[in-house]
Design a protein around this ligand. Structure first.
Ligand code: KG4
Ligand code: ZN
Length: 350
């Protein structure tokens, strides 16, 4: 797996391109669309797709420039072919096909979730199998990762993703978007014991999760805390601290159960924007008994390096896609797992 691979990602609201040589990240360019969607309170798929079309070429050019390589020095082109917002996925796949057709380089379609799930192999060379918890604005699932194409889904959310819950809670409390960092900041001055929020689905066996009830509990706590129609600063901080603690405790307990379901796991790894939360990281670190791994934040959130890495593992296995590579809005990693309910703010959950 020492190939030089260009990775292209455009399945949500980040346009990204990266160049990897083996495990060495030569460049990792991410053009975020946060400002473009800020006024709408969520990602607008049509705007996202158009922005991807405008930015993909520039991101690829910049990734090559920073890697000090030309296209002719690349061994393969890996691209996210799903799941995600279909306009963005199409834009990325078309860009990659154009480059592959012009250069004759191998084209490799990568599952976006596999990109996240294989990141601990890029950063820490973790041996298979390991347990992965994907927690972001659009994803929430436990996966046993057996190989670049082998995933068993052990459980996941039956409604909201945790990042989505952080964003909704922030909105309820009048905090900025994205909600996760704002809730975490506000929680620093709060008392997590001030409210007893539910620990959803702990009474149910297995490691499925639910976050929508927690959000309703936050709404009730907010309304009960209003003084003359306004939410006191201390109550806002207490609600944030108690909510964050409930999410952390629930994720930790369900992680314990997921690990019990795969005793052969060599490590427990986390990926996704929510993994940036210090309280959640601390709770997950304590799960044990296997080593806990959280990739650096830039590789936890959407990026091209994870797609290049997954592409490099698939290339080593002999995968090549043709010009008939199809963009897929839904693409479950584990085709045998029962489909989950709900769809995230940032697109379809696979
Ligand atoms: O992985 P990501 O960048 O994008 C996708 O959803 O694919 O994750 C973004 C999500 C947002 O919902 C954001 O509120 C959440 O991750 N997030 C956090 C924190 N930083 C980002 N949630 C909790 N605490 C944080 N510090
Ligand atoms: Zn993602």
């Amino acid at each position: 797996m020492n190939a030089t691979v260009l990775g292209i990602e455009s399945s949500c609201d980040d346009t990204a391109a990266a160049v990897l040589r083996g495990r060495c990240i030569l460049s990792n360019v991410v053009s975020s669309q946060t400002n473009l969607h800020a006024a709408f309170g969520g990602v607008v798929p049509e705007l996202a797709a158009r922005a991807h079309v405008e930015r993909l070429d520039l991101c690829v050019e910049e990734a090559l420039r920073r890697a000090r390589l030309t296209l002719m020095e690349i061994d393969a082109i890996a691209v996210t072919a799903g799941p995600g917002l279909i306009g963005g996925v199409m834009a990325g796949v078309m860009c990659a096909k154009g480059l592959a057709a012009a250069t004759g380089l191998p084209l490799i379609g990568v599952n976006h979730l596999a990109g996240h799930a294989l990141t601990p192999r890029l950063t820490d060379d973790v041996p298979y199998p390991y347990l992965m918890l994907l927690v972001s604005g659009g994803h929430c699932q436990f996966l046993r990762v057996d190989g670049p194409n082998g995933f068993a889904r052990l459980g996941g959310t039956i409604d909201d993703a945790p990042g989505e819950a952080f964003d909704k809670v922030a909105r309820l409390l009048g905090l900025d978007q994205p909600g996760g960092p704002a809730v975490e900041r506000t929680a620093r001055d709060g008392d997590a014991g001030a409210f007893a929020f539910p620990r959803p689905l702990l009474d149910r066996a297995g490691c499925d999760l639910s976050f929508s009830g927690l959000k309703t509990a936050v709404l009730r706590a907010r309304d009960l805390s209003l003084v003359d129609g306004a939410l006191p600063r201390s109550a806002r901080a207490d609600i944030c601290a108690a909510f964050q603690e409930a999410v952390a405790a629930t994720l930790a307990e369900k992680s314990r159960r997921a690990l019990a379901l795969c005793p052969e796991a060599t490590a427990f790894a986390v990926a996704g924007g929510v993994a940036a939360n210090a309280a959640i990281r601390t709770a997950l670190e304590a799960v044990g008994p296997v080593p806990f791994l959280a990739p650096p934040l830039a590789l936890c959130t959407d990026n091209g390096a994870m797609i290049a890495w997954a592409g490099s593992e698939l290339l080593a296995m002999g995968q090549r896609d043709g010009m008939d590579l199809a963009p897929r809005p839904r693409w479950p990693l584990d085709p045998d797992a029962a489909p989950m309910l709900g769809s995230g703010r940032k697109g379809a959950k696979a």
